[in-house]
Design a protein around this ligand. Structure first.
Ligand SMILES: Cc1ncc(COP(=O)(O)O)c(C=O)c1O
Length: 542
């Protein structure tokens, strides 16, 4: 099984009958005097460069806390250090090494154990090294004929990811498939495009063919989609990019745990139907970006089925937690989704640049993306697997070998060890919430579901003032003051280098947000971080 659900088909009739040509292996290219300009390097020079890059990369990986989380620098200093005119002549190894070192020490350290901002994980060492190999191979993973092994690796990785999160298994979504993308935003965009085409209706009603030819002007009534108000910004952006329109993206209210309110969803869909609109898709969150909330997937799937809507699950951040035995229950119903986005470059510790779109029926993607012509990419292979092309399933033609880094992680560590790391990240976020609850100068701002803990700093007396505020207006004013204080201290903390948090806006309130997706973080780092927050707050009082 792969992107087009090919499992079970016989492997006979493979197109290997063509004769093999002679090839002059063993010769170096070009030989001396054959070509004037080459970028090839003599062996010693290549080895010296390899040692330099390897040394920098392994040193960085071996000492994750050696430098501050955020470098002590400024845009002006960096420009002075790195901005140069186009070099007419090459620098040689020493100067290149020095500038690479400057890049290392002036980067935010996403591998630091106290890096809790956004969703930034350290890259697993084996995947970093696999990246090097992938770059050397420089496969263009358009199709089997351009990248035979890389295509097989990608299709296998897609299957592994589907199994890892419980989207596929024995008797479950046997024919699912998908492809790797540049990230979660790209996966969400592609999913909505497929959903739009799959639910466009009959041709005479402005169906998929009419939309493809004439654009959404050919679609008849406006098509609407639904997601909770906690949806990631990439989804409304996709609605905009696809010409659906941001106003046709309905934001459904959430409950006290920031989970989509299913009753409100049903009411909105019914009201839109009544008004003559065409609801076509619901996006459920499997780990919201702000708090890690997981929508009630099974109930949302029920509504989607009732109204024939495409169900897309955005698990870009949270889906890997479905591999953790203690979190699996939260994801019941995930297997009912028509499509799922998940990001190996977030919580599977892959280096950046790899997301994944899973589809229950890959043929839906083919129907949406294939058939756009282009004689020069003609495939001559006849065997189904060898004729396979990713360009029929997504928007990209040239595609990098994204799969090797994910393959290396799952192959080398195994799914169990990766799931254990995710599970421990979740336990650490829960521990941070306990630390926050146990103090008077911090307040927990949202329940901890997965690996995200949102809280705020309260200066002495603030809690009492909030409790005794005479009315809502007075409380609002106090809260606004706390929003400003926390925003200021966050900036100070981020630039201070001891620890790095980001922020979330929760029901209009400013929260400090710690996302633990880091196999290096320990309990000690959490306590240290709360101290660093206190120090940043006190520094503002001076
Ligand atoms: C829930 C969710 N969806 C989508 C995305 C977008 O993913 P990417 O940054 O890989 O495009 C994110 C990023 O944080 C996310 O948390």
């Amino acid at each position: 099984m792969g992107v087009d659900g090919r499992e079970g088909e016989s492997a006979t009739a493979r197109g290997t009958g063509a004769g093999r040509d002679e090839f002059d292996a063993g010769r170096s290219f070009p030989e001396a005097g054959e070509r004037a300009a080459t970028l090839d390097l003599p062996r010693e020079e290549l080895d010296a460069l390899a040692a330099m890059f390897q040394g920098l990369a392994t040193e960085y990986m071996r000492a994750p806390a050696a430098a501050p989380v955020f470098p002590e620098t400024s845009a002006e200093q960096l420009a002075a250090l790195l901005r140069r005119p186009l070099p007419e002549e090459g620098s040689g190894l020493e100067a290149l090494a020095e500038e690479c070192r400057a890049v290392v020490v002036n980067s935010r350290a996403n591998n630091h154990p106290r890096m809790f901002g956004y969703v930034a994980s350290p890259a697993a060492p084996v995947a970093v090294l696999a990246e090097w190999l992938a770059a050397a191979l420089n496969q263009n993973v358009t199709s089997w004929r351009s990248a035979p092994a890389a295509t097989e690796v990608e299709r296998t990785v897609v299957r592994w990811l589907a199994e890892l999160i419980g989207y596929a298994g024995r008797g479950v979504n046997e024919n699912c498939g998908g492809l790797l993308t540049g990230g979660g935003s790209a996966a969400n965009l592609a999913a909505l495009f497929v959903a739009l085409r799959a639910r466009a209706g009959a041709e005479d009603d402005g169906g998929a063919g009419a939309i493809s030819r004439r654009g959404l002007w050919g679609a008849g009534a406006a098509m609407t989609l639904y997601a909770s108000e906690q949806v990631h910004l990439s989804v409304p952006k996709a609605a905009d990019l696809l010409g659906i329109g941001r106003e046709q993206m309905r934001l459904v209210k959430t409950d006290e745990s920031f989970r989509l309110d299913v009753r409100a969803l049903r009411e909105m869909i019914e009201a839109d139907r009544h008004a003559g609109l065409r609801p076509f898709c619901v996006v459920a969150n499997a780990g919201t970006v702000s708090t890690g909330a997981v929508d009630p997937l099974e109930d949302v799937a029920g509504v989607a089925r009732e109204h024939r809507l495409w169900l897309h699950v955005d698990g870009a951040y949270g889906a890997p937690a479905a591999a953790a035995p203690d979190k699996r229950g939260l994801f019941r119903g995930l297997e009912l989704a028509d499509s799922v986005a998940l990001d190996p470059h977030k919580w599977l510790y892959a280096p950046l640049g790899v997301g994944c779109l899973l589809l229950r029926e890959p043929a839906r993607a083919r129907a949406a993306f294939a058939g756009t012509g282009g004689d020069y990419i003609e495939v001559f292979e006849r065997d189904e697997d060898e004729a396979f092309a990713f360009w029929d399933y997504g928007p990209e033609l040239s595609r990098p070998f994204r799969a090797l880094r994910v393959w290396a992680i799952l192959r080398y560590y195994g799914a169990r060890r990766v799931a254990a790391a995710v599970s421990e990240d979740c336990a650490l976020a829960a521990h941070l919430a306990e630390l926050v609850r146990a103090t008077e100068d911090f307040e927990l701002m949202a329940p901890v579901t997965l690996g995200i803990c949102c809280f705020r700093y309260l200066p002495a007396g603030a809690q009492r003032q909030l409790e005794s505020a005479p009315d809502d207006e007075a409380r609002e004013q106090l809260n606004r003051g706390l929003d400003e204080l926390n925003a200021r201290l966050l900036h100070r903390l981020q630039r201070g280098g001891a620890a790095y948090l980001s922020n979330a806006s929760l029901r209009g309130r400013f929260a400090l947000r710690a996302s633990v997706t880091n196999f290096r973080t320990s309990r000690r780092d959490l306590a240290f971080t709360l101290e660093a927050v206190r120090r940043a707050a006190r520094a503002g009082e001076d």
